[in-house]
Structure formats: structure tokens, C-alpha cells
Design a protein around this ligand. Structure first.
Ligand SMILES: [Mg+2]
Length: 402
């Protein structure tokens, strides 16, 4: 028998796991405890069916609704936090089901120990992995805990974390989808700019690339040269098409070309980033920090586009932001401006926040937009409460604790 065998180890080494578990228990520094958790599955209907290039290439059906998972957490001392995650087209019921299975482990935890709780929730559902639906179920809880902590401090989340700015430049996406006729896209762009939004993004990636160019020419002509303009191909080009389109698009003075390739093609994106004048943006489809690391290490992006609910919440977003800062990347988080305004405000290099008004009916409060920028409010936490309309759209709830 070798000296390394279990039988020859001293008793103290065998006892180490017990000691490690005891060290995780709450001690004298614990301030409060989670008393109850309420999970809600809410279906938000969209006014019109939405199509990007994934629909035109036949991979997806037009989107008619967005599924939200809300977590509302309350503590023994009466503090409250709210957070959410979401899913488009499929996955909403799975996020809700996973959250229901793991939520009981929250009861009794100190809500301030967010990193510890994130890890505990991952381990509670470790069998289904550390990305995708599992991580997104945790995100709703994680964001609720940050909301709670910031409210307890009487600060907006951005101020709790330490902000670089009180407003972030913002661009509109919802006016430039592919189901929208070009005349309406131009009208939408004018209305966005008149409402104080600073930039315009339009969708491209149609099977007939000539239509993309025709639409882009009209939008650029309509906006003039000075208005920030972006395009988003939603992963629908192959490598040769992306290079050819990128070279044509270099003439349009774009802020970025978004998702030119499959979200997981780090090498292909890196080649584009090196070859084109226009910045390459991607990352919204990735479902964990680890997946983003591959992108960053490959030099695949100039502008990284993480989505906090998709990668596990604010705790994970902050880890990713640190890595992105080290590589001097720019930041333009995807969707969920209600969360990402705070996280963009704390990023050191001037970021962009994506404007979608889709979530407006879910909340009693609304973000202030003027002079091309979205402004932080002085409301503590995320700064949002659920509307009666959101309660009416609730399709399932589950409560744990008191
Ligand atoms: Mg996009």
C-alpha cells in the first residue's frame, strides 16, 4: 500500500471536509437571514411578432412573448429585494422549475453573503451544470439579493458598486427589426432620437444580402453621418459572407457590427476583428462567464455584450467585467436595460446600454432618457417595483419560508 492511500492519512485530513462545511455556517458576523422567497413566472405579450435574421433564415419562429422569472426575497429584519431572469421562445418554464427546486436552500442564509449563496445554489443543482437554464434560474435570485443589499444601504446598485458616471449613452434596437418595413424603420429612428435616445441599431443578416445593404443605405442617409449607427446580424452569416459584408459595411461609419457569426465561433470573430475597420460586438447568447472567457482569450471582440440574467446575475457579470477591463474591451450589455444601466455605469470605459421599451408594462417606474443618454435615478436598489399588470400576467408562483 502506498503512503498516499486513504488508510495511511492522519485522522485530521479525513476530518477536513467536516471542518470546511462548519466554516460555511453563519457566525457572529451574520446580520440578517432570508425568511421567505417568492418565485413568479410572468409571460409578457409583445405588441407585434418580432423577427430578426434567425427567423428569415428559418431557424426560429417570430417571437410573440417573453417569459420572465421574478424572485422576491424577504428577510427576518424586513428587507426586501426583487430580481428577474428571462427567456425568449423557450426555456421560461424550465427556469421556473429549476428555481423552485433550488430555492429552499436560501432560507436562513445571510442575504449579504451573495457570493456564498450563488455557489450554494449552483451546488444544489450541480447535476445540470453551470451555464444555461440552471445559471439563469440562479440569476433572478442573485439580482434580487443585490437589489436587497443596495436598498438596505439606501443606494442605487450602481452607487453601491461604485459608479463611473450617472448616465450611459443609449441606442434603440426595437425600431429596426426585419419584420418592420423600411419606411417604418426610418420613422421609428426619428422618434427614438426625438425621445432622447442617442443611437440607432438595425437588424441585418437576411438571406438576400443586397436587401441588407439597401436598408442600411436608407437608414444612414436618413440619419446623416453623425448619428451613431450599429447593425446586428444575429449570427446568421458564415465566415466568407461576414467578411464580405463587413468590408462593405466598413464604408458606413458604424459603431459596431453585432453577432456577424455563430455565437460560439471565437476564431471566426477574432479574424473579423483583426481584418475590419468596424468594431466587432458579440456575447449576448453566451450562458456563463466561462463561455465569455473563451471569446476574450481568442481576441474575438472589441465590444463585449454580456447579459447578466443569461450568465447568472450581477455577481457573475462583475467577474466578467473585470476580465473585460483587463483586455481594454468596450462594453454594451444585451437587453434588460433596467439591470444593465447600473452595471454599465460602473464599467470604466464609456459603455452603451441597449434601449428596449418592451419591459415597461412590468414596472411602476421608468428610466429617464435625454440627451442621448439613460440616467440613473436616486431610487435605491434596481429602482423598480412590479406593476399590477405584471401581477395580472403571472402564470405561476411558488413560495418558500414564512
Ligand atoms: Mg443582438
Amino acid at each position: 500500500m502506498s503512503n498516499n492511500s486513504l488508510a495511511s492519512r492522519p485522522t485530521s485530513a479525513l476530518a477536513a471536509p467536516d471542518a470546511a462545511i462548519k466554516a460555511l455556517a453563519a457566525g457572529a458576523a451574520t446580520l440578517d437571514r432570508i425568511e421567505s422567497v417568492k418565485l413568479s413566472s410572468i409571460t409578457l405579450p409583445l405588441k407585434n411578432p418580432i423577427s430578426d435574421a434567425k427567423v428569415l433564415t428559418g431557424r426560429q419562429k417570430p417571437m410573440t412573448e417573453v417569459a420572465f422569472l421574478f424572485a422576491e426575497i424577504r428577510t427576518e429584519q424586513g428587507h426586501e429585494g426583487i430580481g428577474f431572469s428571462y427567456s425568449k421562445r423557450a426555456g421560461g418554464p424550465a427556469q421556473f422549475a429549476h428555481a423552485k427546486e433550488i430555492a429552499p436552500v436560501l432560507i436562513g442564509e445571510d442575504p449579504n453573503d451573495i457570493a456564498k449563496i450563488w455557489t450554494k445554489l449552483v451546488w444544489a443543482g450541480a447535476s445540470v451544470g453551470r451555464s444555461g437554464v440552471a445559471t439563469q434560474a440562479i440569476a433572478a435570485v442573485d439580482i434580487a439579493l443585490w437589489d436587497l443589499k443596495a436598498k438596505r444601504a439606501g443606494l442605487p446598485i450602481a452607487k453601491l458598486l461604485g459608479s463611473h458616471r450617472d448616465s450611459v449613452q443609449t441606442y434603440n434596437t426595437s425600431g429596426g427589426f426585419l419584420h418592420t418595413p423600411i419606411e417604418q424603420v426610418l420613422e421609428n429612428a426619428s422618434a427614438s432620437l426625438a425621445s432622447g435616445i442617442g443611437g440607432i441599431k438595425i437588424k441585418v443578416g437576411q438571406p438576400d444580402w443586397k436587401q441588407d445593404i439597401a436598408r442600411l443605405e436608407k437608414v444612414r442617409e436618413h440619419l446623416g453621418d453623425e448619428v451613431p449607427l450599429m447593425v446586428d446580424a444575429n449570427q446568421q452569416w458564415d465566415r466568407p459572407t461576414a467578411m464580405r459584408m463587413g468590408r462593405i459595411f466598413d464604408k458606413f461609419n458604424l459603431i459596431w457590427i453585432e453577432e456577424p457569426l455563430d455565437a460560439y465561433d471565437a476564431e471566426g470573430h477574432a479574424h473579423l476583428a483583426r481584418s475590419l475597420d468596424t468594431s466587432i460586438a458579440t456575447g449576448e447568447m453566451l450562458a456563463s462567464v466561462g463561455e465569455h472567457v473563451r471569446l476574450i482569450e481568442a481576441g474575438a471582440v472589441d465590444i463585449i455584450q454580456p447579459d447578466a440574467p443569461r450568465i447568472g446575475g450581477i455577481t457573475q457579470f462583475l467577474k466578467l467585467a473585470t476580465l473585460a477591463e483587463q483586455k481594454h474591451l468596450q462594453l454594451a450589455p444585451h437587453f434588460a436595460m433596467e439591470i444593465h444601466l447600473h452595471l454599465a455605469a460602473v464599467y470604466p470605459y464609456e459603455p452603451w446600454v441597449e434601449h428596449f421599451d418592451w419591459l415597461d408594462p412590468l414596472f411602476n417606474e421608468h428610466l429617464e432618457i435625454r440627451d442621448g443618454r439613460m440616467h440613473l435615478s436616486d431610487r435605491p436598489g434596481l429602482g423598480f417595483t412590479l406593476s399590477d399588470q405584471a401581477r395580472a400576467w403571472t402564470v405561476g408562483t411558488a413560495e418558500f419560508g414564512k
